[in-house]
Design a protein around this ligand. Structure first.
Ligand SMILES: *[C@@H]1O[C@H](CO)[C@@H](O)[C@H](O)[C@H]1NC(C)=O
Ligand SMILES: *[C@@H]1O[C@H](CO)[C@@H](O)[C@H](O)[C@H]1NC(C)=O
Length: 258
């Protein structure tokens, strides 16, 4: 009697172990590596068939979306968020038959082994400043190196730098931690001129609300990707990814679906 009560109790404890446990960084790296190699053959749609899926912020059938299409990937870079068990991957495909630049946020189960929610932003011809060749050219020249442990910023500092930049679009009083040099890659267009004085504080629009922000943060590379609606609650799907060094903005990458 006592034994079975204990067993039941133990089983209950196991079953209700809360999903607070952070994911392991290496497990998430395995997950993005698997994502990228599966996307190359279109197999990821099958690997992650049970995940909830949106494409350009609309619920979509994973089996017929971009994840099911074999893509010849020229460049990829991923963020790994161990606190949220989530990842973000930037994929650049210059294949002339159909160039793409794709951003994908993936959320996993508690141990990081199974994708549960996938949100893709898929940009191609006609999207904002789209030029996959240009995106590849500039993205592959930037160095998003792993930041030494003692110089890393906290999640809060990284997110605050991103939020300040995003808030600036609707409030010119916001103080943004501009770094120098800093460059923005928007579609295939680059603000950087290769000068030590390059600034990201050029031509930021005003009167635009950037809302419904969903963050994936990786402190090891000082980076955050934000999915958001550009232009209010029904605004167009947009990804803004930031590289922060010493609390200051260094690189910004955007993908905007027109
Ligand atoms: C795309 O970017 C490449 C590399 O920067 C550039 O050579 C090309 O002219 C661009 N294409 C267009 C249509 O702007
Ligand atoms: C604009 O930003 C400033 C500085 O952060 C802040 O004090 C102010 O409340 C903001 N205004 C609005 C309307 O949010």
């Amino acid at each position: 009697m006592l034994n079975s009560a204990l067993l039941l109790c133990a089983a209950t404890l196991v079953r209700f172990t809360p999903a607070f446990a952070a994911c392991d960084y290496a497990t998430l790296q395995q997950a993005t590596s698997n994502f990228i190699s599966s996307q190359a053959t279109g197999a990821y749609a099958t690997v992650a068939a049970s995940a909830a899926y949106t494409e350009n912020f609309k619920t979509a059938a994973i089996g017929s979306g971009i994840l099911s299409k074999p893509l010849k990937i020229d460049h990829s870079r991923s963020l790994h968020d161990t606190t949220q068990c989530a990842t973000f991957t930037e994929l650049i495909v210059t294949d002339r038959s159909h160039p793409y630049v794709i951003g994908t946020q993936i959320h996993y189960n508690a141990d990081g082994t199974q994708a549960t929610k996938i949100d893709s932003i898929v940009t191609d011809a006609g999207d904002w400043l789209f030029n996959a060749t240009g995106t590849l050219y500039w993205a592959s020249r930037e160095d998003w190196f792993v930041i030494p442990v003692e110089q890393r910023n906290t999640r809060a500092v990284i997110q605050a730098a991103a939020d300040a930049y995003l808030d600036l679009f609707n409030n010119k009083s916001v103080v943004v931690p501009w770094g120098t040099p800093c460059a923005r890659l928007e579609g295939g267009s680059y603000t950087g001129k290769g000068a030590a004085t390059d600034s990201c504080n050029v031509g930021v629009p005003s009167g635009v609300q950037l809302v419904n922000r969903r963050y994936v943060i990786d402190e090891t590379v000082g980076s955050v990707d934000v999915f958001l609606n550009f232009g209010g609650a029904t605004g167009i799907p947009d990804s803004h990814e930031f590289r922060v060094e010493n609390g200051k903005l260094r690189f910004v990458h955007t993908m905007t679906v027109m």
